[in-house]
Design a protein around this ligand. Sequence first.
Ligand SMILES: Nc1ncnc2c1ncn2[C@@H]1O[C@H](COP(=O)(O)OP(=O)(O)OP(=O)(O)O)[C@@H](O)[C@H]1O
Ligand SMILES: [Mg+2]
Length: 289
Amino acid sequence: MTARRRLRATELGACISARKHSEVFRVGADRVLKLFRGHVRVDLVERELRTAMRVHAAGIPTPAVDAAIFETDGGRHGLMFEYIEATPLSKLFERHPLHIARYARLFADLHRRVHEFEAVDGLPMQRIELRDRILQSGRMSLGIRQQLLARLDACSESQAPRLCHGNFHPSNVLVHGDRAWVLSLGNACNGDPIADVARTSTILAYADIKSSGLAGWLSTHYSRWRNRLYLARYLDGERKLQLQFDTWLVIQMARRLEDGIAKAESEALEKNILRRLSAGSQSSPSGAA
Ligand SMILES: Nc1ncnc2c1ncn2[C@@H]1O[C@H](COP(=O)(O)OP(=O)(O)OP(=O)(O)O)[C@@H](O)[C@H]1O
Ligand SMILES: [Mg+2]
C-alpha cells in the first residue's frame, strides 16, 4: 500500500507548467510537485510513481521521487520529484533551431538508454494497450479498426520486452549542457522499443502542423526534419530495425489519434493511415510524414 501524505495549498510555490492532465509547482528550493488534475485516476498516479522509483533506482537519468502519493485539501493527487535545474528540450528546439542535429542526437541517445532497461514487473504490455486503444477508437470505422488489428497481430517484437516510455517527446526531456533527464513515466509499458520509437516519431513528425501560412509550412518542415534526424540516430541505418519500425508505424499513428490532438494533425494522420493501409504499408523509414 503506497504511503499517503497531506499537503496544504500554502506549501506550493510557483506553477511552472500547466497541461491537460497535470500542473507542476515548485516546492521549496529543491523539489516540484506534479499535481494531477481531478480526472486522473489514482491507480494511474501510482503506476507513474512505481515506474519513476524503479527507473531512477536503476540509474536511468530521471528525477528522484518521494515514495508517497501527496493529497491536497481539494482531493487532488500528486507526486513529489527532485527539482532539476534544466530546460525542456522542446524549448531548446524553439530557441536554438540551428542546433537541431545536436538536440536530435541527445534525444535519440536518451531514448536508447531508456530501452536498455529490462521489462519492469507490473507494467502493462504495450501490445495489449495498443489493441485496447484501437478497439475503443471512436475515430475510425469498424472496417479500418479490423485492418489495424490484423496489422497489429502480424507485428512481431524485434526483441525481448524492454521498458518503453510510451510518451517520449521533447517536452518530457530536460537538458542542461550535455546532460539529459527523462520525465513522465506514467505511460510506461513493457514492449518492443521499436514500437516506442514509432510512437515518438509519430508525435515528432506531426507536431506543430498548422493549417496554412509560411509559419505553418516552416514549423511542419522543421518537425519532419527533426524526426528524420532522430530516426537516423536511433535506427543507425540498421535495415532490420527500419523494417520493424515501418510495421509499427501505422499502428502508432492510429493510437495517436486517441490523444486528443489538434484537428489539422488528426486529419493529416487519418489520411496517412488510409494511404498506408491501402498501399500495403511499405514505406520509407525516413519518417512518419
Ligand atoms: N523534476 C522536475 N524538475 C524541473 N522541472 C520539471 C520537473 N518535472 C516537471 N518539470 C517541468 O514541468 C513540465 C511538465 O512536466 P511533466 O512532463 O512531468 O508533466 P505533464 O506534461 O503535465 O505530464 P505528462 O507529460 O505525463 O502528460 C516539464 O516540461 C518541465 O518543464
Ligand atoms: Mg510532459
